[in-house]
Write a protein that binds this ligand. Structure first.
Ligand code: CAA
Length: 257
């Protein structure tokens, strides 16, 4: 499939998706989101892909929803088309997906990064939910996910003032897993993604599902869920292989089965 707003590249078992609307700082319009969803659907059904990296440019991961596209939207249109809901597909992607963020990740850009499994940030990254300056509020999960990442006080301040957070503050407050120099961001993200993709894919998927449960349920239910999924892993060939390889002092050869 030809894409106009993203670039897609497969490097071994890792798929690299680069948001590519440089004239609009990768603002997220409906075509871009449709292309991203289509690419993710292909990766989902491609057994050779074990992890995805989502990135933007050095200046902007994404500067938010496309303000020019949505400025004339009416309430009824927004409601009838269920505006923004199609973006959620990223958060429902079942394989691991890493956001590599340089430059601006604002509004929907910050929300898109938070839909990924974790965020690696370049030193120049800037995160923010500036929607209030436009007379709206975050609409792609920002009030919920940012609050879970950084806690109520900081999330409330960010959403109510629209101020940006730099990479160091984002790391301190748990929004990003690590900060790396700008010129190492992509290389590091690919290295991490390759490492994940070398493990057993079904085990990585179940691990992701279990960590995500922590956001959706109580501690007791979450631990019960984890225990059941953990037990089920003993039905996989990859558990046998992983543990036998350890005992036999050799590298495991996972078969994704
Ligand atoms: N939508 C549409 N176009 C955008 C855009 C956006 N979110 N962000 C930037 N652009 C466009 C600009 O209009 C400009 O286009 P023109 O050259 O045609 O005028 C181009 O990208 C470059 O932008 P700037 O000249 O503004 O670049 P800058 O370096 O001076 O500023 C910036 C960078 C601070 C990121 C600034 O562009 C900005 O504030 N952008 C808007 C950020 C924002 O408010 N995002 C939230 C959107 S609402 C949302 O996301 C809702 C939701 O929850 C889903």
């Amino acid at each position: 499939m030809g894409y106009e707003n993203i670039r897609v590249e497969k490097r071994g078992r890792v798929a690299l998706v680069t948001l590519n609307r440089p004239k609009a700082l990768n603002a997220l319009n409906s075509e871009l989101i449709a292309e991203l969803n289509a690419a993710l659907a292909l990766f989902d059904s491609d057994d050779k892909i074990g992890c995805v990296v989502l990135t933007g440019s050095e200046k902007a991961f994404a500067a938010g929803a496309d303000i020019k596209e949505m400025s004339s939207l009416s309430f009824v249109e927004a409601y009838k088309t269920d505006f923004i809901t199609s973006w959620d597909q990223v958060s429902r992607f079942r394989k691991p997906i890493v956001a590599a963020v340089a430059g601006y990740a604002l509004g929907g850009g910050c929300e898109l990064a938070m839909m990924c499994d974790f965020i690696l940030a370049a030193e120049n990254a800037k995160f923010g939910q500036p929607e209030i300056t436009l007379g709206v509020m975050p609409g792609a999960g920002g009030t919920q996910r940012l609050t879970r990442f950084v806690g109520k006080s900081k999330a409330m301040e960010m959403c109510l003032t629209g101020r940006m957070m730099d990479a160091a503050e984002a790391e301190r407050s748990g929004l990003v897993s690590r900060v790396v120099p700008l010129d190492e961001l992509l290389e590091e993200a690919m290295r991490v993604a390759e490492k994940i993709a070398d493990f057993s894919l079904p085990i990585a998927m179940m691990t992701k599902e279990s960590v995500n449960r922590a956001y959706e349920t109580t501690l007791a239910e979450g631990v019960r869920f984890e225990r059941r999924v953990f037990h089920s892993m003993f039905a996989t060939d990859d558990q046998t292989e992983g543990m036998n390889a350890f005992v036999e002092k050799r590298a495991p050869q996972f078969k994704n089965s």
